[in-house]
Write a protein that binds this ligand. Structure first.
Ligand SMILES: *Cc1c(COP(=O)(O)O)cnc(C)c1O
Length: 421
């Protein structure tokens, strides 16, 4: 008799059942933004000037942080907005030992119209819920996290983000903060939101990437956790990244497997525009999400959606600025470093760019793959006086218009500011 088939449970099913399991325990209190309490900082800091080199350190924060504690027994406690300061953790805390940590990266923008905006905050809130359950931390209704993020920036950004056309970086995170050292599902967690002063990071001269080799390790693999924003994805890449920096590169272009599949550039999604070798058609290409290797970037998604609306052959939105741009096919498909090298050598590669919240839309100028150096064309001028490929330049302009309120768009969510009272 044939053995009974063993049912295959995929990662997403495990994650979704974990979420349902947590959400169904209704006796515990759910995350509730309306319970937020405020304790304002009595010794607030001064805001460093925009050109103050302290911003390069990425360790200057605002006056406050928002924290929420969760326990397996009681569920979510009331969220607290309180003075920024150290977290109280025992050396046995799970997050210090087992990477029980998930996070988000987003920005608040001060528009040219003086208004404060978030960019598609519901996507970050949803993603953090997925990442949290991937790492055995609790789930929550994403709308509640979104409300907490809004409440936090409403207090701190009036003072800390005064200048039009600037941004501040927001870091929501969740950690297993309980004091039990056992290797087990955490029974306590702390969710927090902080804001950090960043320098602008989109390179006007173009990024130089070093393609990973096998001895640098693998960033993510099929059915692993590359698709979730968990701390465990990042620590193991930093040695390679540090060495790349020492050799004059900005980021690693992470390849996967012996075929050299192109996945992501550092912690950014990676796009190319090329003429397809077989069809001869012009395509905007990025790796697909299906096999759970790639992070579902908010910027990636926005680039794809804008491109489908404005650059595709069946585009529905009119865009006067891009009348000089040829329409493209928009493709989420795997390609290898060898395909990329070949396209560059045959003159079919139009451009490459990385995109993510931190690096925004960053044109790629150069890729080093083993002993081959690939110069990537950057034939267009950007509005900030830099160079980029023509598609990256257009997409960057469109996204900036939304983020900084030069056009009103549903993705740019205006926040009503309260300050500290
Ligand atoms: C955060 C991140 C991105 C970019 O995502 P955004 O939502 O666009 O900021 C891309 N890849 C990785 C691995 C990341 O961690």
């Amino acid at each position: 008799m044939a053995p009974a088939a063993v049912p295959v449970v995929t990662t997403s099913e495990l994650t979704i059942s974990a979420m349902k399991h947590d959400l169904n325990k209704t006796t515990k209190s759910q995350l509730d933004a309306s319970k937020l309490t405020y304790t304002f900082n009595k010794s607030p800091n001064t805001v460093p000037a925009l050109n103050d080199p302290i911003r390069l350190e990425q360790n200057s924060t605002t006056d406050h942080m928002l924290t929420v504690k969760w326990t397996e027994k009681g569920g979510w406690e009331a969220p607290q907005l309180r003075p920024y300061g150290p977290l109280n953790l025992m050396p046995t805390a799970s997050c210090i030992h087992y990477a029980t940590q998930a996070f988000e990266g987003m920005k608040a923008y001060r528009g040219v119209d003086g208004k404060l905006r978030l960019f598609r905050p519901e996507l970050n809130s949803r993603r953090m819920n997925l990442s949290s359950t991937r790492i055995a931390l609790p789930s929550f209704p994403p709308e509640e996290l979104e409300e907490l993020i809004k409440a936090f920036v409403a207090v701190d950004c009036a003072k800390w983000l005064p200048d039009p056309n600037t941004f501040i970086y927001l870091r929501p995170a969740i950690i297993a903060s309980g004091a039990a050292l056992g290797v087990q599902k955490p029974r306590e967690a702390t969710l927090f939101i902080i804001a950090v002063l960043f320098p602008p990071m989109d390179s006007p001269t173009g990024l130089r990437l070093l393609a990973s080799k096998e001895d640098m390790g693998t960033r993510a693999w099929p059915n692993g956790h590359g698709w979730s924003k968990v701390g465990a994805n990042y620590g193991p890449t930093l040695q390679a990244q540090g060495e790349a920096r020492e050799r004059g590169f900005d980021q690693i272009l992470w390849l996967l497997g012996s075929e050299g599949r192109v996945t992501e550039a550092g912690a950014s999604n990676f796009f190319i525009v090329w003429k397809n070798k077989h069809s001869g058609r012009l395509q905007l290409v990025t790796a697909p999400l299906g096999d759970k290797i790639i992070l579902d970037g908010v910027t990636r998604r926005s680039v794809l959606e804008l491109a489908r609306a404005r650059l595709a052959h069946n585009a529905t939105e009119a865009c006067t600025e891009i009348q000089h741009l040829e329409r493209v096919e928009i493709v989420e498909e795997n390609f290898t470093i060898h395909d990329l090298v070949e396209a560059q050598q045959e003159g079919r590669l139009v451009e490459a760019f990385a995109c993510g919240t931190a690096f925004f839309v960053a044109p790629i100028a150069f890729i080093q793959y083993v002993d081959q150096g690939l110069e990537i064309p950057m034939t267009a001028k950007t509005e900030d006086g830099g160079k980029a490929g023509p598609y990256a330049a257009a997409i960057k302009t469109w996204l900036k218009e939304i983020m900084y309120g030069r056009v009103q768009h549903p993705w740019g969510v205006v926040i009503k500011e309260t300050g500290v009272n």
